[in-house]
Design a binder for this molecule. Sequence first.
Ligand code: ADP
Length: 509
Amino acid sequence: MARILILMDHGVDRVKVVTALREAGQSPIDPAPGWDAPSRLVQAVERATPDVLVIGCETDLEAACSRCELLMEGDTTRYLPTLVAIPHHPSEAEAIRVFAAGARDLVSLSDPMSLVSARIDNMARLNYLRRTFRKHHDALTARNEELDRIFETVTAGLALVDERGRVVRMNARGREILGAQAGRFGLDEHAPATTPTGGREHPIHRAALRGESVRGQRIEFAGARTGGERVLVVDAEPLFGEYGQRLGALVVFRDETDSIRMQETLRCKAQELALRTEEMEAFVYTASHDMKSPLWTIRRYAAMILEDRGETMGEEARHFLERIEVNAARLGDLVEDLVRVVKVGKMELFLEPIGVDRPAREALRNLDAAVRQSGARVDVPSGLPTVLADPDRLVDLFENLIGNAIKYRRPESPCEVTVSAVTEGENVHVQVQDNGLGIPEDQFERIFGLFQRLHTRDQIEGSGLGLAIVQRVVERHGGRIWVVSSLGEGSTFHVLLPAAPAGETAVPA
Ligand code: ADP
């Protein structure tokens, strides 16, 4: 409601004005006598924040005019509409004096009071509307400024496009990305969007003219900074008015040239690497294969000489021959493992549904000597879940994992190994757990690499290829392998393998 401040002498006229305004539905502010003393008039009025001031001049027109003049000196009061109420019909000279003092209107209290209150009320309402309008205007300005800040600080390029597809506004980042080439991209602030080459309709047209939402459309254009081809990835969202009419679109664009180039480089490098790896594996395979037979011959001859003449030859010569035999055997094992690593990556898999316990048991039979010699207790429960896998490769997997569990046992406590498996959704989660030496946490990934060993050959025999073979077997089946271990307490190797589809039962052993 409008605020009407009455500054009149306390008397009949004042009562008439206040009553008339109340009857008209207003609540005029009617302060106590002395409130409006000239010395504090401006501050008092400022605090009251009225929409209109009614100044009486029952006795003295000059006193009323000097009050108006005082208010004209205040920073905010000078803008307040002031209305002077005069007891009689004013003369022309009186009216000129009142308006010269800064009053906006002059009412005569000899007019019907309904007319007086209507004029006061009118002026108050007008100012109330002005005040409300200013409040909304200030709020809108603040909101616009906030939107402007967001528009400018967004790290992507932003463009506002009108309903004919013309850019009406672009942020600094957008101008930086496009530079002088905005037109070639179709985002020129002064020209309508053009359709770029490549056959597809420009995202601006799609959003602004057709009202479509566009996501991640690629546009290639000659860049501003380098002059080379650049790639923009564009999202565009159509904007609609209150009645569904098309207003244009908001276009968001990012310069993805570097990341796309990086991806392409990475793809090329990966292809190159795959080719090299293939060449290298082919070489390793052939070389290892070719080494097998000479190694076997060396070993065989060393053994034969030792057998035939060992008794008669000198101590030193016999020692050398024994070393030759041992090292030829070791080299032979290494070559075998190398051939297996390469082969496992290429060989055809013969998948069939198979219970996990079956290959685990077969591996255990192959490890019989090691199990006996170590006194290990290996637990493989029957009825473990069924996986879809190549049984021979699973035997390799368990032979390596159980073999390692026995090999890396703690000499001071009896070796215990447990194989377990549970179905988890589409996978079977297999675990091979031991109570052996354990593996430091920072080596959990490294041990699956080629030739990666945590123990020297003097401590424990090995080639560092076993887990690499296991990992390849698992990956060839589309599975995953990882280890969790605690030094001095033991290790658990976790393997995820695809479960056999429901209804497929394991092939009997
Ligand atoms: P190898 O046993 O021939 O050395 P692997 O690839 O099978 O090669 O294993 C790599 C390394 O991981 C081993 O040298 C050993 O240090 C460590 N390791 C593997 N399995 C275990 C285990 N169960 N307990 C402790 N260490 C292990």
